[in-house]
Design a protein around this ligand. Structure first.
Ligand code: NOJ
Length: 487
């Protein structure tokens, strides 16, 4: 207890409500944050943020000249979205953005990752820009800066203009890559006077396979492996063209990098042989995107494995793809591969995952906190980067609103506490992780799951649009205030 506030005053201020818990975020500032427990602190200047994306929160899909995206069409195909909802309205962030920025501020976040909806800025993907679309992002950026929050902009978070899908088959064609480069140039020219950090494409690893391979994301196609590999190659090319566009048209010094759901490999048991195997696995399992971006080569093992399905490419393309980046953005949620050393193949063996492996409220979201230690550590070594940002981490929960109106999401706090402890372990060893963006600021449209899976620090009632801080918002606020893992 701080000596500034007596126990009695504290109890009064904190209200110690019926449930005996101080008000989550929005509580009266009781005292300055205590110093972190020894050995749990993050480096000074560590960037704490939250993240969202355009289609998942904006709504207003027909407003101010926005064109249609592939998601607008996809959500209307019966059976595609589990609860039958769409992003038509979502969080109405398009008009409530000021209210939402106030929520970010309440958390004490110094950074916010959002994405620009390409079809707002270019309704047809290319051609004539729509000034009203860009204006929204001008207002958003200005409001963030006014509140002392740094905007981190993502160029592509899956809402491809439908027109490009119709005319070119979307990412099946390198035409789309070139047009993406032009769009990136336009956004960079207009926003990097105030935006210092730009992510290119979000999660190629997901939107390519889910969208073109198994049809559970837009545009809902199920193409053969050779095409999937080609589309992944195209997405890497689009990334490279965007890097070059930001360099050529952005303010000098603008930083740019990918935001990828890296295939997360970790040693099953921490021995030197297994750690080496995990390192090889991380490179090979990410051979189709991150490794080619970072090295300009497809590995031998990758090409051998792909065989006749390997992508077709030129040296000039590899050069574009590997345009130097300023940072590596990694979305890290669940362990994908626990590996051990092997004298077969490339030198590693991924182990089968038991059915009983613990997971969070989303089945795919296995709990493996050490993933956020190993993956950045090995990635920094393999790709020799000195700046990694965790561009996403977080979890869904059932997030029941209790009779007292509150959400006691101790499961999310458990998850975050364990992941952040492992991230702190990494930074304390000198792994160059410079920041962390928690997914997500607030519940939003979770793609195939619709509004059913809640990832937010703020609960959203999608009928009334009321936002309510969950207990985890208080947890994160304390993490930020103390610059420590909250263990
Ligand atoms: C990754 C995606 O980038 C984001 O859009 C999604 O909502 C979260 N993961 C949670 O699944």
């Amino acid at each position: 207890m701080s000596d500034k506030v007596s126990r009695r005053q504290f109890a009064k201020i904190a209200g110690l409500s019926a449930a005996g818990i101080a008000n989550p975020v929005g509580a009266v500032e009781v005292n300055p944050a205590p110093p972190p427990r020894a050995g749990t602190g993050f480096p000074a200047g560590f960037v704490w943020g939250t993240a969202t994306s355009s289609y998942q929160v904006e709504g207003a899909v027909n407003e101010d000249g926005r064109g249609a995206s592939i998601w607008d069409k996809f959500v209307r195909i019966p059976g595609k979205i589990e609860d039958g909802t769409t992003g038509d309205r979502a969080n109405e962030h398009y008009r409530r953005y000021k209210e939402d920025i106030a929520l970010i501020k309440e958390l004490g976040c110094k950074a916010y990752r959002f994405s620009v909806a390409w079809p707002r800025v270019f309704p047809d993907g290319d051609g004539k820009p729509n000034p009203k679309g860009l204006d929204f992002y001008n207002r958003l950026v200005d409001e963030l800066l006014k509140n002392g929050i740094e905007p981190w902009l993502t160029l592509y978070h899956w809402d491809l203009p439908q027109s490009l899908q119709d005319r070119f088959g979307g990412w099946r064609s390198t035409e789309t890559c070139k047009i993406f480069g032009d769009y990136a140039a336009y956004v960079a020219a207009h926003l990097t006077d105030r935006v210092n950090n730009v992510f290119t494409l979000n999660e190629s690893g997901r939107f390519v396979y889910f969208g073109y391979g198994i049809g559970i994301d837009a545009p809902g196609l199920t193409l053969p492996q050779a095409e999937i590999n080609q589309i992944r190659h195209n997405s890497a090319l689009a990334h490279g063209l965007a890097v070059q566009a930001v360099r050529a048209h952005g303010r000098h010094g603008t930083r740019v990098g990918p935001a990828e759901n890296i295939d997360a490999c970790a040693p099953a048991i921490d021995t030197p042989e297994n750690v080496r195997a995990a390192e090889i696995a991380l490179r090979e399992m990410n051979g189709g995107y991150l490794n080619v971006i970072m090295t300009g080569q497809y590995t031998e093992a990758f090409l051998k494995f792909a065989g006749a399905n390997a992508p077709k490419y030129t040296d000039a393309e590899l050069k574009i793809i590997s345009s130097p980046v300023d940072f590596l953005g990694l979305n890290i949620y669940a362990p994908q591969n626990y590996v051990v050393a092997s004298d077969q193949g490339a030198g590693f063996m991924p182990l089968p995952i038991p059915k009983s492996f613990p997971h969070m409220n989303s089945d795919w979201l296995r709990v493996g906190p050490e993933t956020i230690y190993w993956v950045p550590k090995l990635a920094a070594k393999i790709w020799k980067t000195d700046a990694i940002y965790i561009s996403e981490n977080g979890t869904s929960g059932d997030d029941v609103v209790r009779p007292d109106g509150k959400i006691y999401d101790t499961d999310r706090i458990m998850y975050l506490r364990n992941y952040l402890a492992q991230l702190q372990r990494a930074t304390s060893e000198g792994v160059p992780v410079r920041g962390y963006f928690l997914w997500s600021l607030m519940d939003n449209f979770e793609w195939v799951y619709g509004l059913n899976k809640r990832f937010g620090l703020y609960h959203v009632n999608f009928d009334t649009q009321v936002r309510t801080p969950k207990l985890s918002a208080s947890f994160y606020r304390n993490v930020i205030a103390t610059n420590a893992a909250g263990v």
